[in-house]
Design a protein around this ligand. Structure first.
Ligand SMILES: NC(=O)c1ccc[n+]([C@@H]2O[C@H](COP(=O)([O-])OP(=O)(O)OC[C@H]3O[C@@H](n4cnc5c(N)ncnc54)[C@H](O)[C@@H]3O)[C@@H](O)[C@H]2O)c1
Length: 258
C-alpha cells in the first residue's frame, strides 16, 4: 500500500517537468491525481500514462491566473474523486533572468500572476474543500531564487521569495485546521523551462562544483514532494526544503578543504 493511498491530489503544472514528475510519483504512491495544466494535451498525456499503469487520474485544463478556471479545476476534482487532500502548486513561469530595468510592466504583471496570484487563487479554491475533508497537505514549488538573489530576474526572484512567505503564512493560518503546508526550493532541474541554459558547458561546470555534482532531475523534486505531502512528514510545517545538490547552502565543493 502506497503512502498516499486514499488521497486525492491536484498537481498544477502537471503536464510537464516538475509537475509531471510529481503527478507520476503521487500516483505510484497510490493517490488519485488530477493533472491540471494550461496545456490540455500534455495534461491528458500524463493522466493517460497514470491510468495505463493502473492508477486513477483525471486531466483538467486550467489557467491558474484565472479565478473561474481555478474554481472549475477544484469542482472537477471533487466531482471526479470526491475530495482534495493534497495540492502541489507547481505551475509557474520564468522571466529569463531579466533585471528590473529590462522588465516591462506586462512581463512583471504576468510573472506575478503566474507564480504568486496563482497561489492565492488555487489555495482559496482548495482550502475550504480540504478543511471540510478533515485536512490535507500542500506543497508549493518555490526555487533557490526564493532564498537568494541572482537565481532569476527581478520578477521571478520576487515571486519565489513570496512563495516562501506565503507558505509560512498558510502554515500558520491553517495548521490548526489540519492543513500542513511546506515548500520546496529546487535548484537547477532538467525541464523545458530551463533547457536554454541548464545543459551549457558553463552550467555543467558550475553544477559540478556543488556537492550534488550534477543537473537535478524532476524525479529528485517529486521524491521530496511525495515525502512532504505524506504522513511521514506529519511534524513538518512551514518549511522550505532546498532540493538543489547543495547549491544555495554551500560555496561549491571546489572551495572545500578536501
Ligand atoms: N526547472 C527548474 O530548474 C526549476 C527550478 C526552480 C523552480 N522551478 C519551478 O518549478 C515549477 C515548474 O517548472 P518546470 O521547470 O517544471 O517548467 P515546465 O515549463 O516544464 O512546466 C511548467 C508547466 O506549468 C504550466 N503552466 C504555466 N503557466 C500556467 C498557467 N497559467 N496555468 C496552468 N499551467 C501553467 C505549463 O503549461 C507547463 O506545463 C515552476 O514554478 C518553476 O518556477 C523550476
Amino acid at each position: 500500500m502506497g503512502r498516499l493511498q486514499d488521497r486525492v491530489a491536484i498537481v498544477t503544472g502537471g503536464g510537464s517537468g516538475l509537475g509531471k514528475a510529481q503527478a507520476l510519483r503521487f500516483a505510484e504512491e497510490d493517490a488519485a491525481v488530477v493533472v491540471a495544466d494550461l496545456d490540455a494535451v500534455k495534461a491528458e498525456e500524463v493522466a493517460e500514462q497514470i491510468r495505463t499503469a493502473g492508477g486513477r487520474s483525471h486531466a483538467v485544463k486550467v489557467d491558474v491566473t484565472d479565478e473561474s478556471s481555478v474554481q472549475n479545476m477544484v469542482a472537477e476534482a471533487v466531482s471526479e474523486f470526491g475530495a482534495v487532500n493534497i495540492l502541489s502548486n507547481t505551475a509557474g513561469r520564468f522571466d529569463g533572468f531579466k533585471q528590473v530595468l529590462e522588465t516591462t510592466r506586462e512581463e512583471w504583471d504576468g510573472v506575478l500572476a503566474a507564480n504568486l496570484t496563482s497561489l492565492y487563487l488555487v489555495s482559496n479554491a482548495v482550502l475550504p474543500v480540504m478543511i471540510k475533508g478533515g485536512g490535507g497537505a500542500i506543497v508549493n514549488i518555490a526555487s533557490g531564487a526564493g532564498l537568494r538573489g541572482g537565481g532569476g530576474g527581478a520578477a521571478y526572484t520576487s515571486t519565489k521569495h513570496a512563495v516562501v512567505g506565503f507558505t509560512r503564512q498558510l502554515a500558520a493560518g491553517y495548521g490548526h485546521q489540519g492543513v500542513r503546508v511546506n515548500a520546496i526550493a529546487p535548484g537547477l532541474i532538467d525541464t523545458p523551462m530551463v533547457a536554454d541554459f541548464s545543459r551549457t558547458e558553463e552550467s555543467k561546470a558550475t553544477l559540478a562544483s556543488y556537492p550534488g555534482k550534477r543537473l537535478g532531475k524532476p524525479e529528485d523534486i517529486a521524491a521530496a514532494a511525495a515525502f512532504l505531502v505524506s504522513d511521514d512528514a506529519d511534524y513538518i510545517h512551514a518549511a522550505t526544503l532546498p532540493v538543489d545538490g547543495g547549491m544555495v547552502d554551500t560555496f561549491g565543493a571546489h572551495l572545500s578543504v578536501d
